[in-house]
Structures are given as C-alpha cells and as structure tokens.
Design a binder for this molecule. Structure first.
Ligand SMILES: [Zn+2]
Length: 497
C-alpha cells in the first residue's frame, strides 16, 4: 500500500499583524521529502508514529512536506498554494495512492480560505476520489467545519492539553487507515456544534467539561458504538464564521446514532460553556508574589497568558519584564522576548560585553508594553537549536534561531529569533540557565508550559499583560462569526445552528 502523509499545521490568530508567508514557514520546523525521515524517525511525534506504522504494515510512504510554523497571522495564498501543491503534486508524481494520513491543526486561515483545512481536504478528495480513505489527526484547538468532516473519513483530535498525545493519536489514525485500506471498515464522520465562540474550559482535559466528555468518548469507543469520537475546544482568537467547539463522531458506514451522540456531547458543552478553571492576576500582583520569595525557594512560575506565542501572541510583550526590573526582583529567569534585531546586536557585541540594548515591544507596542531600553551584560549566545526531551518534545529538534541571554540586575532575559512558547526545560538549559535554581521563572504560555514546568514550580500563576491573546469578545472584533452566537448574543435555541 502506498500512503500519502504530510504535516501542515498552523493555528492562525486572525488578529495578528504578522503575516504567515513562506519565509516565516521555512524558518523553523519545515522539512521536505528526504529530510523528513531524518528529522522524525525514532521520535515520539506524529510523524515518528507514522514511520513506525509504515514499518509495521509494510506501507510505502510518500511524504512531500512537513510544515509546522508557530501560530501567527493569516497565511498568505502563495504559501497555502505552494504547500497544498506539494501534496497534490505528490499524488500525481509518486502515485497511485492507496490511503492518506495527514497531520493538520484545524485552525488555519488563509487570505482566501477561512477554512483552510476544509479547502485542502476538498481538493485532495476531488483528486483522489470518493473511495480513497483519508484519515486526519487534529489539534484539539481545531475549529472543525462541516467541510472538513465531509471530506475526511476520520478526524482524530488530541485528547490532552498540554498536548502530549500526538504520537498516540497518529498511531490510532494509522491503525484506522490500515483497516480502511483493507476494506474492513468504511469510516464516515458526523459533526455537531453550537452557537458558541469558546467553551470546554479552552480544552483543559483535567477539568470537568473535557474530562467528562473524554470519559464518555472512551465508553462509546470501548463499546464499539463509534470508531472514534473527537472533542475539539476550538481556537477563539479567530474571526471566522465557524469558530468554536465541536464534536465529530466517526462510525463504520452511516449510523443514525452517530449524530445523536455528537449532539448530546455538544449539549453538555453548551451547558458548561461558562466553566473556567483559571484566572489571571495583574502585573503588580505577580511582581509582589515574585518579591515574596525566600532564598532556596523553588521557582514561582509566572505565565504571561496574553502574550502566548502558542496562540499567535507576538512574544515580545514587555509589561511583566518591566515590572520585575522596576521591582528589583532577584533570581528571575525570563523566557522570552522574541526580538531578532536585538539578538543580532548582541551577536555583534559578543559574550561578556556590558551594553545598553532596546528590546521587545516592537511588533505592536499597544499589545503588552513597548520597547525597553536596558543596561546589562550579554552572558550567552547560541544558535537556538536543541533536542526537546520534555513531555511535549518527543525527542525532536527545536530551532528558535539565534538566541541570547541578557542579564539585567537579577533578571536573566532570554531573547530569541523564532517565536515560540516555553514548553521544554531545554529552552532554558540550552542557554546555560538551570531554571530550578531561580526563585522566579517567567514564561509566555496559557497552559502548555505546565507539562514541563509544573514539576519544578512551588506555585503557578497566570498574569495579564494586555497583549494580543487577551480574551476579549466583542462584536467589533468578531465581525465574521455566524450570529447569533454566545457570548455576543442572547441565544433562544442552542440546537438551532
Ligand atoms: Zn492546541
């Protein structure tokens, strides 16, 4: 069997002013053709699992591209057409294809397509025909659409947040694809949604809405009532018609029960839409907490929720850093300010040099604080590459581009070139910083940081710097969303959608 596989993952924050073009996509986690086995074979990643499955089932894999740019603004038509063209071209040049296993995010928006994954799957379906098994793994922050459900045979979403099960979901997809190619099953999807922009506690699997539905999904799959049930919380920083949570149920052939299952799940998501397990504190409160540390304390981990690069935040908000420096807080490790220009200045100056640098706040100074001019010492310079062995890393190489540590008083500030949230201790240790030896560790992240940083923390708090990922829901921001929708409108009948 010849199986087409590819990874094309982008979570598009439509409110970002950073356009996602090919140059940005090529900067990190981008591989073509024969670079792909070398990068992913033997890793606990989605593609790592795909290679293992190919070995087990004797598949010949066609793997034109793996592209996983950091979340950012709208993807250019040129970039979407180029990567989609690689997939469709591979079907012609390397075919005939017997099955497809794709690793997509599910919240990509391009200049021309609000539902980029739906468009990609529709094109593949047109090319490969109605009988071709197409299995897709998705991030649980996918904004899943009817078009995606209709043009794939199975959608298999992550079940953890922090996401630590990409490898397992890819194996699940591979097993289902093998059965479908042998003709044992003919998977089809149904989808249910409700008029809501967000819900399910943003996908936190530890808290009641997701935990309850994941348990129900396990029961239904265990009884054989569905091949798979996928629960997606959606990605709410997206001004598109179909933003929001969804449940897809995949069965062997059309099954009238499937829609009833999906609807009952979404009824529960609707009832619990208000549930939130987290709250944010102000910069002043976070600084006061950091100042209260005693020598020898384990780190207070402070996460800037609103400048999360993993949700399309610019990663250069300075408000919390400014508070720490003005508050004279000692023993702080700060990750990170994404500022390629300042890293280049540091590279030219060299390690050990004491200098004044202007850092951060450049992409949009209104979002979480403008540039800071600081006197300090350049204490480390690297190429920003290391292998991530943390719970989310899978043993895959990360590349944050030229990186630097700038020491300002008691604050060690990491500056990076390629934007990304802190999910791995290697993002500190590769720059000579042992985060466990600091009494305050600052990161920019909503939830993913917990996988690696909760075990080293004495306490975790989330801080609001007013940056791009602030959860603001107004009709002025959400001009394209279907209406009525919660929380913008009163809803008479949530099942009317
Ligand atoms: Zn996600």
């Amino acid at each position: 069997m010849r199986v087409l596989t590819a990874r094309f993952m982008h979570e598009t924050n439509t409110f970002s002013r950073v356009s996602t073009d090919m140059a940005l996509i090529r900067r990190r986690d981008f591989h073509l053709e024969n670079e792909i086995p070398q990068a992913f074979r033997g890793t606990r990643s989605a593609l790592g699992a795909t290679f293992e499955a190919a070995d087990k089932y004797g598949w010949s894999l066609v793997h034109p591209v793996s592209a996983n740019p950091n979340p950012s603004g709208i993807v250019t038509d040129e970039a979407f057409e180029q990567i989609t063209g690689m997939l469709l071209g591979a079907c012609e040049q390397k075919g005939p294809i017997d099955g497809v296993l794709l690793h997509l995010h599910g919240a990509m928006v391009t200049d021309s397509h609000e539902d980029a994954e739906g468009e990609l799957l529709a094109r593949l379906r047109r090319k490969l025909g109605p009988r071709m098994p197409i299995v897709v793994t998705l991030d649980l922050h996918a904004n899943v659409t009817q078009k995606m459900a209709d043009n794939a045979n199975a959608l298999i979403a992550f079940r953890t947040y922090p996401h630590v099960d990409m490898y397992d979901r890819a194996w699940q997809g591979a097993e289902l694809l093998e059965r479908a190619m042998r003709g044992e099953v003919r998977p089809v999807n149904v989808i249910a949604r409700r008029p809501m922009i967000y819900g399910l506690d943003r996908g936190r699997h530890q808290s009641p809405p997701m935990a309850e539905l994941l348990a129900r999904a396990d029961t239904i799959e265990g009884r054989g009532e569905a091949l798979t049930v996928s629960i997606c919380a959606g990605f709410s920083r997206s001004n598109i018609r179909d933003v929001g949570p969804s449940v897809t149920v995949t069965t062997d052939g059309r099954d009238p029960q499937a829609q009833a299952i999906a609807d009952s799940f979404m009824d529960y998501a609707w009832e619990t839409r208000d549930f939130s397990s987290f709250s944010l504190i102000s910069v002043a409160e976070a600084v006061a907490l950091a100042r209260s540390a005693k020598p020898g304390d384990k780190p207070l981990v402070v996460a800037d929720y609103t400048d999360n690069p993993g949700g399309g935040g610019y990663g250069d908000a300075t408000a919390f850093l400014k508070g720490l420096i003005e508050g004279n807080v000692d023993k702080v490790a700060f990750h990170a300010i994404c500022d390629p220009e300042t890293v280049q200045q540091g590279m030219r100056a060299g390690v050990g040099v004491k200098t004044r640098l202007t850092l951060g706040g450049k992409t949009d100074p209104v979002m979480g604080g403008g540039p800071l001019s600081l006197d300090g010492e350049i204490v480390c310079l690297t190429n920003g590459k290391f292998i991530a062995y943390g719970p989310m890393g899978g043993g895959v190489e990360r590349n944050y581009g030229p990186s630097m540590v700038f020491r300002v008083g008691g604050v060690d500030i990491i500056l990076i070139t390629n934007n990304g949230q802190a999910t791995d201790l290697g993002q500190f240790t590769s720059l000579g910083i042992d985060p466990t030896r600091y009494t305050t560790v600052a990161v920019k992240s909503m939830q993913h940081f917990r996988a690696a940083f909760a075990p080293i923390a004495r306490e975790i708090v989330l801080v609001d710097t007013g940056a791009l990922c602030s959860e603001i829901y107004t009709p002025e921001l959400f001009t394209k969303v279907r209406r009525p929708v919660w929380p913008l409108d009163p809803i008479a009948d949530p099942r009317a959608e």
